[in-house]
Design a protein around this ligand. Structure first.
Ligand code: CP
Length: 319
């Protein structure tokens, strides 16, 4: 395996086995992983495929829920750095149902060097990590999505030059993406605002955790127009999980004033970038025009999932 010296020297072996929540890590470790993500990205973009740190390693990917970006970015990223990823969909695995999570964790640890999992309940990823003897990466739970937020911050650094001191305004449901932003704000200083309808605020304990860390300005509001003023980033997500038709129909009425449209972006100001973790329902939480506008960075953001996750896995595997 050959590696560019700048890449090889960046990451120290992590003391934490798993990547479950951003706030488990300190600022220096997060920034180091993001630096490394940028280096690996540049290397892969140059066409250089000589850096093969995952050669001879395998990853088990558990998907209890559907995914496009998470599956393809993990599988492609692991492959490009020399490893082999194994997809386990709902028909391949009965984790927490017919087979206990602790058994799945111990069996997969005997075949694989690392496990990533997208599960419904957050407790499932905690149990998986508790019983697995290899690193476990959280690929989304009902509580948070740490890989997404690593990619988001990498994208902000690429476009604005920094995350510290920026104003990130999330507009929509106070969901797992908001929790991830709050957990990031507990470690790295920036101004985070969540503008959501009444009754759709993020988890209170997570808001308190971010506020008590005392390093970021945190605001939760029900007024998106006021919230976006002076934003560096306006961020949106679907109002209901894809495929949840009844929930989606009822939420469209409740969330009506929370669509990110051209008018909201105008209020935000000319420097504001638009971000969305995707998949997006164009014409619902965001207009087609906002997604297609020059200041929309949703596709670089999606691409960065792969590079950020590769950096996280390099860190956990100590390679
Ligand atoms: N953003 C995200 O996690 O996308 P997928 O659901 O397609 O994985």
């Amino acid at each position: 395996t050959s590696s560019p010296s700048s890449v090889a020297n960046v990451t120290a072996k992590s003391e934490l086995k798993d990547f479950l929540h951003i706030s488990d890590f300190d600022k220096a470790t997060i920034l180091k992983m993001l630096d490394r993500a940028a280096e690996i990205k540049a290397l892969l973009k140059s066409g250089d495929r000589s850096f093969q740190p995952f050669k001879g390693k395998t990853m088990a990917m558990i998907f209890a829920k559907p995914s496009m970006r998470t599956r393809v970015s993990f599988e492609t990223g692991f492959f490009l750095l020399g490893g082999h990823a194994i997809y386990l969909g709902p028909n391949d695995i009965q984790m927490g149902k017919r087979e206990e999570t602790r058994d799945v964790a111990r069996v997969l640890s005997r075949y694989n060097d690392i496990i990533m999992a997208r599960v419904f309940a957050h407790q499932d990823i905690l149990d998986l990590a508790k019983y697995a003897t290899v690193p476990v990466v959280n690929g989304l739970t009902d509580y948070n999505h740490p890989c997404q937020i690593m990619a988001d911050v990498l994208t902000i650094i690429e476009h604005i030059g920094r995350i510290e001191g920026t104003k990130v305004v999330y507009v929509g449901d106070g969901n797992n993406i908001v929790h991830s932003w709050l957990l990031m704000a507990a470690v790295i200083p920036f101004h985070f605002v969540c503008a959501c309808p009444k009754g759709f605020e993020p988890d209170k304990k997570t808001v308190e955790k971010a506020q008590q860390a005392g390093i970021s300005k945190i605001e939760i509001t029900n007024d998106p127009k006021e919230a976006v003023k002076g934003a560096d980033v306006v961020y949106s997500d679907v109002w209901a999980s894809m495929g949840q038709k009844e929930e989606a129909d009822s939420r469209r009425k409740i969330f009506r004033g929370f669509q990110v449209d051209e008018n909201l972006m105008k209020i935000a100001g000319p420097k504001a970038y638009f971000m969305h973790c995707l998949p997006a329902e164009r014409g619902v939480e965001v207009t087609d025009g906002v997604v297609e506008a020059p200041n929309s960075i949703v596709f670089p953001q999606a691409e960065n999932r792969m590079h950020a996750q590769n950096a996280v896995m390099l860190h956990l595997l100590g390679v």
